[in-house]
Design a protein around this ligand. Structure first.
Ligand SMILES: C[S@@+](CC[C@H](N)C(=O)[O-])C[C@H]1O[C@@H](n2cnc3c(N)ncnc32)[C@H](O)[C@@H]1O
Length: 287
């Protein structure tokens, strides 16, 4: 199986895996993803390297995002969550990295991506998790998840990493409301850009340029950003549980030592740091 059927949005998953694959070779890694390299070839590794060259902080932003979502997954499992859904999972391997008895992981992505992932894992004798192949904006995702074994009334963590920027904005609230209609207890974590960074009106021209450079290497256009999280509470039944710019939340969730490992990225201007965010929402009970 080769990756020829994977479209441009699917292909972005390789580049992110390429950044994760660099981590274990560092003297002091922030995290370990021993699987990321399995999905790569030399050309894809080169694309990941190009991404780190857009600006010194770009690779670190993705490292911090990995650490932040790792912590959310680990903390949730520690607190008793037994269902983890990864939307637009790409080559995320948290189901293997954080495998814990009784915890079910569900990957959701386009068929070509998940088929390629499954073929690589099968070739190495590594078990995948439950795979739901669909465009999650079009499918009846709750129905697909329930058919795959998800209990809609049990606490669920949804990881939505590296996705929101690729989606048409007008479809997002409808999609989230459909999830809320059927899943009564869940939290969802996602990363996002302020809309102003994408439309070029953001206060830092440097940040706007960096994010343009990222889109060029990713060969994809970032369509959607959020200047505020208010709509998630007014147009959908969520409560914002946590939110922070990538440096603040990454260092906070990464824990002691994370800041030192970032070197000069830790001293980014406030404007640059605030050009990329992570948020965690909880479905409000009873709404
Ligand atoms: C940048 S990659 C991120 C992959 C992974 N979450 C990570 O952080 O490594 C985006 C992934 O989301 C998937 N994706 C984007 N929109 C999607 C949609 N509407 N339905 C299914 N998958 C989608 C793409 O196919 C791709 O694998």
């Amino acid at each position: 199986m080769d990756n020829a059927n994977i479209n441009e949005i699917g292909a972005t998953a390789f580049i992110i895996a390429g950044i994760r694959a660099l981590e274990d070779a560092r003297d002091e890694p922030m995290f370990s993803d021993p699987y990321a390299g399995l999905f790569l070839n030399d050309e894809l590794r080169e694309r990941a390297r190009q991404l780190t060259e857009v600006h010194f902080a770009v690779g670190d932003a993705i490292r911090l995002r990995t650490v932040a979502f790792n912590t959310v997954v680990e903390n949730s499992i520690r607190q008793g969550v037994r269902q983890v859904v990864t939307l637009g999972s790409g080559f995320d391997m948290r189901h293997a990295i954080f495998a814990t008895g009784g915890v079910q992981f569900f990957d959701v992505d386009q068929e070509a991506v998940l088929k390629f992932k499954a073929s690589i894992l099968a070739g190495k004798g590594i078990e995948g998790c439950k795979a739901i192949c669909c465009n999650y904006l079009e499918a009846d995702l709750p129905d697909e998840l329930i058919r795959a074994g998800l209990d809609p009334d049990q606490e669920t963590l949804v990881i939505w990493e590296g996705n929101t920027m690729y989606l048409p904005s007008e479809l997002i609230m409808g999609f989230l409301n459909r999830l809320c209609d059927r899943l009564s207890r869940f939290r969802i974590g996602f990363d996002y850009f302020p809309r102003s960074v994408l439309d070029g009106t953001y206060e830092s021209a440097e940040a706007v340029e960096i994010v343009r450079g990222v889109q060029k290497v990713m060969n994809a256009t970032f369509l959607t950003g959020f200047d505020s999280l208010e709509a998630f509470e007014t147009e959908a039944p969520f409560r914002v549980v946590d939110a922070g710019n990538i440096i603040e939340i990454g260092i906070r969730l990464g824990g002691p030592g994370t800041e030192r490992l970032l070197g000069k990225t830790a001293f980014l201007t406030k404007e640059l740091a605030a050009s990329y965010w992570i948020a965690l929402l909880e479905r409000r009970r009873g709404d």
